[in-house]
Design a protein around this ligand. Structure first.
Ligand code: SAH
Length: 351
C-alpha cells in the first residue's frame, strides 16, 4: 500500500471520514508523500501534458499579452512578473525569451517571482530559469507592488469541497473506509440552496481565497492577471473531481498521492472572487479564441515556413492540440483580471 494511503486510512480510522478538500491537499501536497512533492508529473512520460509543454508558441503569445498589459499599466520601470505553479518553468522561459527580443524595457523592468510548493519542480524551474527568480510558497509572500501574474493549470490543483443532496438535504461529500477500502460517501449535513435530489455541487474556498488575495493586490497596485485552466464559464452543479495517472482517468480514491487530482475551475466563481478582492474581472474566453486573437496561426505559419516537411506536420499537430475545439481549445478558458480603471485588456470583450 502506498505510504500516503496508509496514513489517510489511519486518520479516517481515528477521526472519521475526511472532507474532500483535506483529502485533496494531502494527496497533492503532503510534505513527504504528496503527488507534487515527489515527482515531476509533466510530459508524455508523466501523467499529463500542459499547453506550454505542447509548444513554445503558447508562452510566446502569453508573453505578448503581458507586454500589452504592461503598456496599459503605464510601463512601470519595475514590476513583479509572477507565475503561480510554474511546473517545469517552460512557460516563464518562453515568455522571457520572447520579451527579451520583442520588449527589452519590459524584460529589464520585470522581477520574476515563482509561487511553487514542490521541491522537485522548483529544481526544474531553477534549471530552466537560473537563479534570477525569487521563489515563494504562496502568493501572499510575493512582495507588494505593480504586478503581472500568470497561472496556467494552477487553480485546478487547489482543493475543492462538494455537497450532495440526499433525502431533500445537503451533505458534505467525504472520503471514508468501507470494507477496508477508501470510498466516497456522505458526511454531515451542510447548508445549501436549490438543487435536485442527487445533485452534487462543487465549491472551492481555497481557490477563491487566492483569487481574492490577487484581486486585493490589483486594487492596491497597477497590474493584471491571466488565468488559464480547464473549466466552465457558468457555475453549474456537477462532480468534476478527477484523478489522472499516465494520461488515463482512475478513481479518485485509488492510489492517493500517485495520481494527479484536479477539478474543473468554475470561472464565474473565480471572477467573483477577483472582484470581491477589488479587481475588475473580464468575461472569460475559450483558449481557442484567446490564442487565435493573439496571433496563433501566423506564428505557427512563420515557424512552418522555415521547417522541414516533417517538422511542419508536427507544428500543425501542436497548433491543433492547443486550439482545436475537440482538444484543448474549448475546454480551456482564459480569464483576465485587472486593476480598476486600467480598462479591458485585448482580446477580451470581443465578439
Ligand atoms: N503551469 C505549469 C504546471 C501545471 S501543474 C504548466 O502549465 O505546465 C500545477 C503546478 O502547480 C505545479 O507546478 C505544482 O507543483 C504547483 N502547485 C500545485 N499546488 C500548489 C500550491 N498549493 N501552491 C503552489 N504551487 C502549487
Amino acid at each position: 500500500m502506498p505510504p500516503l494511503e496508509a496514513l489517510i486510512r489511519e486518520v479516517i480510522a481515528g477521526e472519521g471520514p475526511m472532507r474532500l478538500d483535506r483529502y485533496m491537499s494531502l494527496c497533492l501536497g503532503h510534505p513527504l508523500h504528496g503527488y507534487y512533492m515527489t515527482r515531476d508529473p509533466l510530459g508524455e512520460r508523466g501523467d499529463f501534458v500542459t499547453a506550454p509543454e505542447v509548444s513554445q508558441v503558447f508562452g510566446e503569445l502569453v508573453g505578448v499579452w503581458a507586454v500589452a498589459a504592461w503598456g496599459a499599466m503605464g510601463r512601470p520601470a519595475a514590476f513583479h512578473l509572477v507565475e503561480l505553479g510554474p511546473g517545469r518553468g517552460t512557460l516563464m522561459a518562453d515568455i522571457l525569451r520572447t520579451v527579451r527580443k520583442a520588449a527589452p524595457d519590459f524584460a529589464a523592468a520585470a522581477a520574476v517571482h515563482l509561487v511553487e510548493t514542490s521541491p522537485v519542480l522548483r529544481d526544474k524551474q531553477k534549471a530552466a530559469l537560473g537563479e534570477g527568480p525569487s521563489w515563494h510558497g504562496q502568493f501572499e509572500a510575493v512582495p507588494e507592488g505593480p504586478m503581472i501574474l500568470i497561472a496556467n493549470e494552477f487553480f485546478d490543483a487547489l482543493p475543492v469541497r462538494q455537497r450532495e443532496k440526499r433525502g431533500g438535504r445537503w451533505h458534505e461529500r467525504v472520503v471514508g473506509l468501507e470494507n477496508g477500502r477508501l470510498v466516497l460517501g456522505l458526511g454531515p449535513e451542510v447548508p445549501g440552496g436549490e438543487g435536485a435530489e442527487g445533485a452534487i455541487v462543487e465549491f472551492a474556498p481555497e481557490r477563491e481565497a487566492v483569487a481574492r488575495a490577487i484581486g486585493g493586490r490589483l486594487a492596491r497596485h497597477a497590474g493584471a492577471a491571466l488565468v488559464i485552466d480547464y473549466g466552465h464559464l457558468v457555475s453549474a452543479p456537477g462532480d468534476t473531481l478527477q484523478a489522472m495517472r499516465r494520461h488515463r482517468f482512475v478513481p479518485v480514491t485509488e492510489a492517493p498521492g500517485e495520481a494527479d487530482l484536479t477539478s474543473h475551475v468554475d470561472f464565474a466563481a473565480l471572477a467573483k472572487a477577483f472582484r470581491a478582492g477589488g479587481a475588475e474581472a473580464w468575461p472569460a474566453l475559450t483558449q481557442r479564441d484567446f490564442l487565435l486573437a493573439m496571433g496563433l496561426v501566423p506564428r505557427f505559419e512563420q515557424l512552418a515556413s522555415r521547417a522541414t516537411l516533417e517538422t511542419r506536420a508536427t507544428l500543425h499537430r501542436q497548433m491543433e492540440r492547443l486550439a482545436a475545439e475537440k482538444e484543448m481549445g474549448n475546454l480551456f478558458k482564459v480569464l483576465a483580471a485587472t486593476s480598476p480603471g486600467l480598462g479591458m485588456p485585448y482580446p477580451f470583450g470581443r465578439p
